[in-house]
Design a protein around this ligand. Structure first.
Ligand code: TEU
Length: 526
């Protein structure tokens, strides 16, 4: 499948590039930076939501699925962008957010109008709420005064959940997806798509964690197969990836098994929760063995059936170089090397290819993310240190194009402050520096495009108990790669027996790995 040798680049439109000086990124800004993305060598662009939205959750609250939010541009500008993307041989996938809509979507406006409205059953209404807690703090049920009933919202109260038990809802969504595919988009990243099927009994849950009743619910595979039949059958060259908090390896094998006609790949969350104690706000330093066990399990589990997505960063996670590394360019390169040489499709989140870091937040006034602000409202000032390290806003600071005052992101006032380290970390400086993180990512992407072992090679973990070095091999058709990554700030001697004559394809030769150093060797079996 084409997407097995592809590299996907995620764009967070609010923070990528602003073309009209209003301080918020837009489609014109993305279009003006396509040559940069082409130089990086990525194959697919995933745009986080650009649909009409009140922007309560930065677009993951959609009020019109068939229109572009004026903040970002127009449908005409979208068509022009799509044409330019295709002209450069790249593809574009949209973000599909259909577990919930905005409470300003006409469907919900009608649904809440009266208990006998034809769209009442398009959402979940109950006389009594359950004790489930929302992902954004507080209860998952909101009382609607007009009709005296509660509606379900797993995320914010302005994001009511759609009732996928209702076939009218499903058909309306499928029609909307076909409309975008007919417009030329190349697939979808599907938001919390493993939450579409809920247990209709909606029972109370121990400790308020309702996830056992909506994570990979009773009809989820039926819905995924129906969607495939109704939307994707008979169409070629598309890619689908399902974001799936809480998905198990066993379920991922079912979702991504080509014979089942559901999805091409899923985003699982195991590795981005290894340094968490219960909630994302309580965290500890990563234990490398835990990471190797997790990645090793998913590599083995999807080796024969299904396919892995590979990611360190996205718009919901703090910057990995600050989280699993020491924030340095070396650590950024090593983390890229280790991830991109695994078996699966890599995703690069905007700025990751520069080694962009977390932001030095000092006050709650600097945050914009609804999840963070709700958490602060619930927990108070004592939560600020955790917010500084874990807030999603760390990923959402504007893209750093150059060293000028607003990093070349906007001529206006950025909606979220630019990281002060943009004077050091920016595309202009790195494109001119062959040793930069940018050119390192360009080489990793090139290697995936030119070395079949990177795409198809079998995976074998090494040094499973080593607390500092991540090591594995890939083998395919007489070619073998050895991949090494030093997850510590110390020099680590390595045993290279059998690889003495091997070629170093990424990094530089040496009997030891320097602090945070990554390296890839290649040898051929004749
Ligand atoms: O995220 C779902 C999800 O799992 C996140 O809420 C995650 O738990 C949290 O961000 C970790 O801090 C998707 C989108 O990626 C996210 O941006 C949206 O806010 C959310 O769904 C609701 O649409």
């Amino acid at each position: 499948m084409w997407w097995q040798s592809a590299v996907v680049y995620q764009i967070y439109p609010r923070s990528f590039a602003d073309s009209d000086g209003d301080g918020v990124g837009d489609l014109g800004g993305i279009r003006s930076r396509l040559d940069y993305l082409a130089e990086l060598g990525v194959d697919v662009l995933w745009l986080s939501p650009i649909y009409r939205s009140p922007q309560d959750d930065n677009g993951y609250d959609i009020s019109d699925y068939r229109d572009i939010d004026p903040t970002f541009g127009t449908l005409e500008q979208f068509d022009a962008l799509l044409a330019d993307v295709h002209e450069r041989g790249m593809k574009l996938v949209m973000d599909l957010v259909v577990n919930h809509t905005s409470d300003e979507h006409p469907w919900f406006v009608e649904s809440r109008a009266s208990r006998d409205n034809p769209r009442r059953d398009w959402y979940w209404w109950r006389d009594e709420p359950t004790n489930w807690r929302s992902f954004f703090s507080g209860p998952t049920w909101e009382l609607d005064e007009t009709t005296g009933q509660y509606y379900l919202h797993l995320f914010s109260r302005t994001q009511p959940d759609l009732n996928w038990e209702n076939p009218e809802v499903r058909q309306a969504i499928y029609a909307m997806m076909r409309w975008w595919l007919d417009r030329g988009v190349d697939g979808f990243r599907m938001d919390v798509v493993n939450m579409l099927s809920k247990d209709p009994a909606l029972p109370d849950a121990p400790g308020g964690d309702g996830s056992p009743y909506y994570i990979s619910g009773p009809r989820i595979h039926e819905f995924m197969q129906e969607m495939h039949r109704e939307v994707f059958d008979g169409r070629d060259g598309l890619m689908t990836v399902g974001e799936m908090p809480g998905v198990t390896l066993e379920d991922a094998q079912l979702f991504t098994d080509p014979a089942r006609h559901e999805l091409d790949m899923v985003f699982q969350f195991e590795h981005v929760q290894l340094d968490q104690d219960g909630s994302k706000w309580n965290h500890h330093p990563l234990r490398l063995r835990d990471l190797k066990r997790s990645f090793g399990r998913w590599q083995a589990g999807l080796a024969e059936r299904g396919w892995n997505s590979l990611y360190w960063n996205n718009h919901d996670q703090p910057r990995i170089v600050s989280r699993f590394g020491d924030g340095s360019p070396e650590a950024a390169k090593m983390l890229g090397t280790v991830l991109h040489l695994h078996r699966g499709t890599p995703y690069v989140y905007q700025g990751e290819e520069l080694g962009m870091t977390n932001f030095p937040f000092t006050s709650i006034d600097e945050f914009r993310d609804i999840e963070s602000l709700n958490h602060y409202a619930e927990e108070g000032p004592s939560s600020l240190p955790a917010l500084r390290d874990r807030s999603r806003d760390n990923a959402r600071t504007p893209m750093q194009w150059d060293a000028s005052p607003n990093a070349g992101f906007t001529t206006g006032t950025p909606w979220l402050a630019v990281n002060p380290n943009h004077t050091e970390i920016n595309t202009e400086a790195q494109r001119a520096d062959p040793g930069s993180v940018f050119h390192h990512y360009r080489r990793l992407i090139e290697l995936r495009h030119t070395e079949p072992a990177v795409v198809h090679g079998s995976f074998s973990m090494l040094l499973e108990e080593d607390a500092r070095v991540y090591a594995f091999t890939r083998a395919h058709g007489g070619t073998e790669l050895l991949v090494l990554g030093n997850f510590s700030g110390e020099e680590v001697p390595i045993d290279l027996s059998g690889w003495e004559d091997a070629e170093v394809v990424i990094g530089s030769p040496g009997a030891a790995l320097g602090p945070w150093e990554g390296r890839v060797y290649r040898r051929y079996w004749r």
